[in-house]
Design a protein around this ligand. Structure first.
Ligand SMILES: [Zn+2]
Length: 132
C-alpha cells in the first residue's frame, strides 16, 4: 500500500486550518520529496461552499511554480469535509486531476480525522498516512 509521511505538527496545522474555516470546506496542497511532506500551501476555496471546493487557480499556479523551483514534487491535495464523509465523494473522484494522494479531513463529534486516498479510473483506494 502506498503511504504519505506527515509530521504530527503538520497534521495539527492542517486541522487548525480546516477547523478555522468550517463549516466551509477548505483546501490546499502538500509538497515534498520521497513521499515526505515538507511544505503545506493553503489555497482559497473559490467556491466558498460547505459541500465543495474549487482551488483558486492563481494561488495554485504560484504554488506549483514554487514547488518546481525547489525541485520538490506535488505529493498531495487536501480538503475538508466539515460534515463528513470520511472518504472522497463522487464529485472528488470525478474532478480528481492529479496523480497524488487526496487527503480528506473530516469532522465528526467535533473531532477531525485525516485519511488519504489514491483516485484512479473512477475509483479510489486508501493511502496510509504515516504520522511521525
Ligand atoms: Zn470532497
Amino acid at each position: 500500500m502506498q503511504s504519505l509521511i506527515l509530521s504530527n505538527e503538520q497534521l495539527q496545522v492542517l486541522i487548525t486550518y480546516v477547523d478555522s474555516h468550517a463549516p466551509l470546506e477548505s483546501c490546499g496542497l502538500l509538497a515534498g520529496r520521497d513521499a515526505k511532506v515538507e511544505k503545506i500551501f493553503f489555497v482559497q476555496n473559490q467556491a466558498h461552499s460547505a459541500v465543495r471546493y474549487v482551488m483558486d487557480p492563481i494561488e495554485q499556479l504560484n504554488a506549483f511554480e514554487w514547488i518546481d523551483s525547489k525541485e520538490m514534487e506535488l505529493l498531495g491535495i487536501f480538503h475538508s469535509h466539515p460534515t463528513g464523509p470520511e472518504i472522497v465523494s463522487p464529485t472528488d473522484i470525478a474532478e480528481a486531476a492529479y496523480a497524488v494522494t487526496y487527503i480528506i479531513l473530516s469532522r465528526a463529534d467535533d473531532k477531525w480525522r485525516a485519511r488519504g486516498f489514491w483516485i484512479e479510473d473512477g475509483g479510489f483506494r486508501e493511502v496510509t498516512l504515516q504520522i511521525t
